[in-house]
Design a protein around this ligand. Sequence first.
Ligand SMILES: *Cc1c(COP(=O)(O)O)cnc(C)c1O
Length: 365
Amino acid sequence: MTTNDRVYNFSAGPSTLPVPVLEKCAAEMLNYEGTGESVMEMSHRSPEFKKIIEDAEKNLRTLMNIPDNYYVLFLQGGGTLQFSMVPINLLVNSKKADYIITGNWAKKAYQEAQKFGDIRAVASSEEDNYSYIPKVKAEDIREDVDYVYICYNNTVFGTHYNEIPDFGDHLLVADMSSCILSEEIDVTKFGLIYAGAQKNIAPAGVTIVIIREDLVGHAPENTPIYLDYATHCKEGKVSMYNTPPCYSIYVAGEVFKYLLANGGVKAQHERDLEKANLLYGYLDKSEMFKPSVAKEDRSLMNVTFVTGDKELDKKFIAEAKENGMINLSGYRTVGGMRASIYNAMPLEGVQALVALMEKFENENK
Ligand SMILES: *Cc1c(COP(=O)(O)O)cnc(C)c1O
């Protein structure tokens, strides 16, 4: 098999995966470790799959340094179902929560939560097209909220919390779908972290939820069984209430092993920094391509930029495609360009992109 005919895929999600992981999965497709069957065909109650999911959990705990008083769940329903599960399970005392609106995913989460309690947008950067992260202080939060909600990396607009906001004793919930495993995070600062896998981990289908154990078990009695975190939690064990997205979990597990073998999250973060610095460095000096967001809030994963001329943007995106660099269009409501340079994007991909941008700038002065 050759990898020469692969493109550099800058898609925001589903997105590029590490080639060595794809090669291993391909090699194991017809016969997983001598079982004579594919992981796709395997019973989720088999000893082989049990080991796959247990190892995936263990390795994620190691990578993120997740303490024992947090459950790690492998759920279905994507980030979107967490927009509902979070308020259903966590609005249990005052039924109030404060949301910081930093992009369309945060806004969707906020709108969904309205169905379940007294939800307030404590700050929003919507009027400035979400080009920065609003600064919110502990005293801006209503005193009796059940939690504060943030979207840690804004996939569409390319902004990111470059430090964990300090809201005092308030419970913090974060959507980390598009930045999980790209930086070291102190999990103990959060009550709940979730991430859909299809940005930085695995194919679509599995959503990882990391939840502190005292937050589990308080959902209202009429909560649909799948939507109650308690259904998926078992003391000291990986829980499988129903059939999990087995194949996605398997690939996620392979990505975790691959990261561990390559220096863990710390080393990955260094590689991500190098890639992002290369691209932002060019954007900062280019006279044609302009970065779209505030410098101090830049995402390492989703880099957004424009030329200021829609036709020129289109021409660049087409030329990139001809050169084997795909999915560089900005989000459908935003326009311009977005290069998603997740963990699995090699440095060579970013080097190729910057070289093309330089050439394009020279040719289109
Ligand atoms: C992609 C994305 C979502 C939505 O995920 P789905 O799995 O499509 O429901 C939510 N939040 C963030 C930050 C995302 O990037």
